[in-house]
Ligand binder design. Structure first.
Ligand code: PLP
Length: 443
């Protein structure tokens, strides 16, 4: 059937119908991207967009950086595939570089291609190290991936069809700094939640817990930051109950929050750290850092055919060097401070903006229907997203777990100030339009 087709657009329509991950009939507003450079992307109709999502917050270094492109091409010419029983020079160099920039005393590293698989690697490492433990604990609203096990470790999606085959995790509550429970302050909510977590570990776990995994700032679960006292309290509980602390920095690592690692903001001392996204410069790459006493994989525990894909490793090596050379964490801190200040000013004029979140370029606004009740405004947020895209700026949305009230501003960390300022101007306009059309603030 396809052989009778001669022009590309028809093939594209058929492709939309054929893709397993498309809704039936395709999504009319879904763009087909053909090119990217820095913070810009172009679609197949020649439209240019400012990409404030960095493609799932992965292009911390803007797209098409010559240093990464050259490294990937050079590696492709030399060797594209080596099974994990062999080393490549770039693998060894990247391993040495990663442990040199790791927070705390994490001095062992393993690589794989997806954040989800890196989380699985971390879980396996924890279970290897705690052979008698029964559980792994996770936080409510956490997100750790889309493999069978990491979906289970994440906030359970309504209508999750896979639960039958998923491992069970011990789910622990988390404090909420924006919507603390029962009218408490954020600090009181944190204290109360820590006390409940202790109770569960003491009385509710039926067996010991190998590890607790959580994100230092929850990304897909709603940009939920925690206070330093929460992180301190959790570390103390981990030590008291013999649990390894796994910090998932897949989204927060490599400068996104204004430091190389979000862990640095809070003095976190993880036993195992998971990284991904930004490390690959647009190539699939992820992995795990661990303290040497926890580095105990046995042969066959964690070998994937393409797990150390040489082209990704070479691209990752060039990317991490570039992130250091360009001091992208500092760029993220400066841009983030600027964006946050502008958004706070907008908040004084736009009743839709309930909260402004950062740090660094992990920026978002939480849209509310009513400032007093903080009722989330997901329909309005989706409208802001659509109208901004039509004006050439792609913001991030948060559709996960019905928390669709966030608009995320998380471009590459080397975005120019003019570009960032333009994105915020568009957001300002679009918020005004949506407020007018939805009657926000006049009810
Ligand atoms: C915190 C966190 N962990 C793990 C993952 C899974 O990464 P991947 O989609 O590369 O499998 C993600 C992806 O969004 C993430 O944000």
């Amino acid at each position: 059937m396809t052989s009778t087709l001669t022009d590309t657009p028809d093939l594209h329509l058929l492709g939309r119908e054929a893709l397993l991950h498309e809704p039936a009939g395709g999504d009319p507003e879904k763009l087909t991207l053909v090119r990217a450079q820095g913070s810009l992307v172009w679609d197949d109709r020649g439209n240019e967009y400012l990409d404030c999502t960095a493609q799932a917050w992965s292009n911390n270094l803007g797209a098409g950086d010559e240093r990464v492109v050259e490294a990937a091409i050079a590696q492709t010419r030399e060797l594209t595939h080596a099974r994990p029983t062999f080393h490549t020079p770039a693998l060894l160099e990247l391993a040495a570089l990663m442990v040199s920039i790791a927070p705390g005393d994490l001095n062992r590293v393993g690589f794989t291609l997806h954040g989800s698989m890196a989380v699985e690697m971390a879980l396996k490492l924890a279970l290897r190290n705690r052979p008698d433990a029964e559980h792994v604990a996770v936080l409510h609203d956490g997100y750790h991936g889309r493999s069978i096990a990491t979906m289970a470790a994440s906030w359970p999606h309504p209508g999750n069809a896979f639960a039958r085959l998923q491992p069970r995790f011990l789910r622990l509550p988390r404090p909420d700094l924006f919507r603390p429970r029962l009218g408490r302050t954020a600090e009181e909510d944190t204290e109360l939640t820590l006390a409940i977590v202790r109770d569960i570990l003491e009385k509710g776990a039926e067996g010991s817990v190998a590890a607790l995994i959580y994100e230092p700032i929850q990304g897909n679960g709603g940009h939920n930051e925690f206070s330093a006292s929460w992180h301190r309290g959790i570390r103390e509980l981990c030590d008291e109950f013999g649990m390894l602390l796994i910090i998932d920095e897949v989204q927060t690592g490599f400068g996104r929050t204004g430091r190389m690692w979000a862990s640095e903001h809070y003095g976190l001392d993880p036993d195992i750290l998971v990284f991904g996204k930004g490390v690959g410069g647009g190539f699939p790459l992820a992995g795990v850092l661990a303290k040497h006493e926890h580095a105990k994989f046995l042969a066959g525990d964690d070998q994937l055919t393409f797990g150390q894909f040489p082209v990704s490793i070479a691209a990752g090596l060039a990317t991490v060097k570039a992130i250091i050379e360009d001091d992208l964490p500092a760029r993220a801190a400066e841009h983030g401070a600027y964006a946050t200040e502008r958004l706070r000013e907008m908040q004084t004029r736009h009743p839709l903006i309930g909260d402004v979140r950062s740090p660094g370029l992990m920026v978002s606004i939480d849209l509310v229907r009513d400032r007093a009740t903080k009722e989330p405004a997901p329909a309005e947020a989706h409208e802001v997203f659509l109208r901004a895209q039509r004006k050439g700026v792609i913001f991030g949305e948060s559709r996960y777990a019905n928390l669709g009230s966030l608009i995320k501003i998380k471009p590459p960390l080397d975005i120019s100030r003019d570009q960032l300022s333009h994105a915020l101007d568009v957001l300002d306009d679009v918020l005004g339009d949506v407020e007018r059309d939805y009657g926000t603030g006049v009810r």
